[in-house]
Design a binder for this molecule. Structure first.
Ligand SMILES: NC(=O)c1ccc[n+]([C@@H]2O[C@H](COP(=O)([O-])OP(=O)(O)OC[C@H]3O[C@@H](n4cnc5c(N)ncnc54)[C@H](OP(=O)(O)O)[C@@H]3O)[C@@H](O)[C@H]2O)c1
Length: 277
């Protein structure tokens, strides 16, 4: 391995991975974004390809698909960690989620692999509203979810990437867990209202029963595995256990996290909700 050895980014075109890629390049690092569509390819469902994907890398940023809460995630992270150790990687940074027992099992698996680790345990991303499954609903003017009055301290994917890059390139982050939240916990209705106000057009938040939510997903032919995951998210992860604020961004970056309103202003100015994509 040389000082020019690439940093592997598993999920390199994802919401956090592509931001990590940009920030690493700005710092002069060589990167190797990885996913099913890269060469070499990395597919969480095809472990036979993982060794080649990690070959010669100095470190890795790892985002798991579909979610660390799904069965088998901890075993997959343990195997990736074992390979990373075998291939001589010096650091692994794992993106994790708050309040998920499955994710905590995966974190433990990483800690045992013998490579210096950093865990970035994040709350719900702001960017779920602009770069993921809620974007279409925002554009259509109605967000219908079974989220109730629960408050979530949405965090910005840019800040997750900044923390990951600090952990990959600076000293002092080895074997640490950063739990990242934004500075304010909002209900989903309040978050949607904030976006509506910024865009100057009505966007309704409608509270759905879990049954109605499931029926809607089935009608849209969403795969059963994804429906189960979303149901788990709205019943377990969003039961209030994650509403508390943390100081993770400050601990890792030495400054407080940005407010949801700042994310909304920037995303709106960038045209995140202006056209169907
Ligand atoms: N969204 C949230 O609010 C939130 C909060 C906390 C934690 N998380 C965790 O964040 C992780 C996802 O990270 P992210 O949001 O940065 O990524 P993302 O945006 O979900 O990443 C999408 C990329 O993953 C790749 N991908 C899909 N299936 C794959 C597979 N089987 N093997 C390899 N790559 C695959 C796809 O690229 P290709 O099509 O090229 O393969 C796609 O571009 C999940 O583990 C989730 O639990 C999310």
């Amino acid at each position: 391995m040389t000082s020019n050895s690439p940093i592997a980014i598993v999920g390199g075109r994802g919401k956090t991975g592509r931001r990590v890629d940009v920030l690493l390049k700005v710092k002069g690092c060589t990167t190797r974004p990885l996913s099913r569509s890269t060469i070499p390819a990395f597919d969480w469902d095809w472990p036979e390809g993982w060794a080649e994907a990690l070959e010669g890398a100095s470190a890795a940023y790892v985002t798991f698909q579909s979610d660390l809460a799904v069965p088998g995630a901890a075993e997959a992270i343990a195997e990736l960690g074992r390979l990373a150790q075998e291939k001589g990687l010096e650091r692994i940074v794992l993106l994790s989620g708050r309040g998920e027992p499955g994710a905590e099992r995966a974190e433990e698996a990483l800690k045992g692999c013998g490579v210096a680790w950093t865990i970035v345990r994040a709350s719900w991303f702001n960017q779920n509203f602009s770069e993921s499954f809620l974007r279409e609903s925002i554009v259509a003017g109605e967000v219908a979810l079974p989220a109730g009055e629960v408050r979530e301290p949405f965090v910005d994917a840019n800040e997750i990437a900044e923390v990951a890059v600090a952990a990959l390139t600076d000293e002092g982050h080895a074997n640490r867990l950063y739990e990242l939240t934004g500075p304010r916990a909002l209900t989903f209705a309040e978050a949607v209202e904030g976006i509506s106000r910024e865009l100057g057009r009505p966007i309704r938040y409608t509270q759905l029963s879990l049954q109605a939510f499931r029926a809607g997903l089935e009608e849209m032919a969403v795969p059963a595995e994804m429906i189960a995951l979303l149901e788990q998210l709205f019943t377990e992860t969003l039961d209030g256990r994650n509403s508390g604020l943390t100081r993770g961004v400050e601990e890792a970056l030495g400054r407080p996290p940005r407010d949801f309103a700042e994310y909304v202003r920037t995303a709106a100015a960038d045209g995140a909700w202006s056209m169907p994509r």
